[in-house]
Design a protein around this ligand. Structure first.
Ligand code: IDP
Ligand code: MG
Length: 151
């Protein structure tokens, strides 16, 4: 079993719409382990680094303005295959194309208000965890029901 960690963030629209528990619960009930959690309003510098790969896209400045406009709930989830699984739980970028049962498929309509971010691969996961969290903000712990989760 290879344990992975991924970065997930509830965007300001998800927080403002009162969807924190709904979204967090999807990862928790799936069986992943929460190892980092905090709420913050990101600085422009943080947002620009986070979305740096999109810096030449027409929507970049609007995206940075939006993500810095209010609280974001930043999380690190750990588990076997969690990077790809989180992307599946989240669903397609365009919420109208996201399957029902996914977070975006169930909870969003508009691409600019798609409620959640998740790292898209091992390299971005490592980069984003390091960008958003200090090492001492990540908690190593063993769930007491661990033996019921893994054989
Ligand atoms: P992802 O969030 O599914 O990984 P990306 O293509 O990495 O999708 O885009 C990052 C974010 O930028 C999206 O979640 C969305 O909020 C925003 N975005 C992407 N494409 C557009 C667009 O065409 N118009 C407005 N916002 C967009
Ligand atoms: Mg992306």
């Amino acid at each position: 079993m290879t344990l992975e960690r991924t970065f997930v963030a509830i965007k300001p629209d998800g927080v403002q719409r009162g969807l924190i528990s709904e979204i967090l619960g999807r990862f928790e009930t799936k069986g992943f382990k929460l190892v980092g959690l905090k709420q913050l309003t990101p600085s422009k510098e943080l947002a620009e680094k986070h979305y740096g790969v999109h810096k030449d896209r027409p929507f970049f400045s609007g995206l940075v303005d939006f993500i810095t406009s209010g609280p974001v709930v930043a999380m690190v989830w750990e588990g076997e295959g969690v990077i790809a699984s989180a992307r599946k739980l989240i669903g397609a970028t365009k919420p109208l194309e996201a399957e029902p049962g996914t977070i975006r498929g169930d909870l969003a309509v508009n691409i600019g208000r798609n409620v959640i971010h998740g790292s898209d691969g091992p390299d971005t996961a490592a980069f984003e965890i390091d960008l958003w969290f200090q090492k001492n903000e990540l908690v190593d712990w063993t769930p007491s029901d661990q033996s019921w989760r893994v054989e």
